[in-house]
Write a protein that binds this ligand. Sequence first.
Ligand SMILES: CC(C)(COP(=O)(O)OP(=O)(O)OC[C@H]1O[C@@H](n2cnc3c(N)ncnc32)[C@H](O)[C@@H]1OP(=O)(O)O)[C@@H](O)C(=O)NCCC(=O)NCCS
Length: 286
Amino acid sequence: MSEARLAESEIAEVVALVEAATAADGVVPLSEHALLRLRGGGHGLTIDAGGIVAYGHLDPAADGESASAELVVHPGHRRRGHGRALLRALRDEAGGPLRVWAHGDLPAAAALAGSEGLRRVRALFQMHRPAAGPLPEPAVAEGVRLRAFVPGQDEEAWLEVNRRAFADHPEQGSWTIEDVRLREGESWFDPAGFFLAERGGRLLGFHWTKIHPDGAGEVYVVGVDPDAQGLGLGRALTLAGLHHLRERGVPRIMLYVDESNVSAVRLYESLGFTRYAVDVMYGTES
Ligand SMILES: CC(C)(COP(=O)(O)OP(=O)(O)OC[C@H]1O[C@@H](n2cnc3c(N)ncnc32)[C@H](O)[C@@H]1OP(=O)(O)O)[C@@H](O)C(=O)NCCC(=O)NCCS
């Protein structure tokens, strides 16, 4: 086991390992973030057995977030204890609570995590639908108006509805004005694709869409104030954004949704989205 900055030849070896695992498992074992760090020669844990047979990426604990890791064993070297050894080394290195992301929800990952006493904390679905195909017109409740977000005017009201809508999802619900401003400064930001629903001047819900550099559209965030839930606003706002993305010519539309968010998953399924990928987070502590 070694933990060091990787040499060029080692990076190439790990990239080949990742490709072999992708071919064998049908899913890329590392996130985009971990791959970028790897290609940049970032720190990684490796197991060498006549060549690199396993690789682990670790993000140390920071800003109140526990450490998080991703790991992969070469498909030709599995069931020899490398995964267990690497996971234990990552835990030692983290020195405290550890979250491990497993891409694809594979049985081997579930078995290893379970046998090491990690529990499934959450799962994130990536859902897709083609832009073409049936798409009903949005229907809004009496007195509700849909309009585009106005930068410099709507931030505070939006933050309040976002906070209320995501009270149970702190990662999203705790966004600040700074988080909004950062995104307003991004090249993809387009207020015409950021829909608000209001009644009598009060903001009730929103749908923020995004178009990725590769052309894919995304249902970025949909939120409805708890006081206004049950009026069909989530469906209407989602549809308004989907029509917008289609008019912009995107070939497909994707979104991320927490597995536990049953009502949202059901809504997206009813709008033609299907499960495309799943990432599971295992944790050493609750
Ligand atoms: C998950 C993964 C890292 C396991 O690596 P590995 O080196 O084969 O695992 P180990 O040999 O250390 O196995 C440790 C234990 O995990 C369980 N396990 C591992 N693979 C398994 C499989 N295919 N089926 C059932 N149990 C399995 C067993 O309990 C095993 O102990 P045992 O061999 O004594 O029965 C590997 O399959 C992999 O790289 N998968 C793709 C990436 C991934 O999912 N990473 C997330 C890991 S949480």
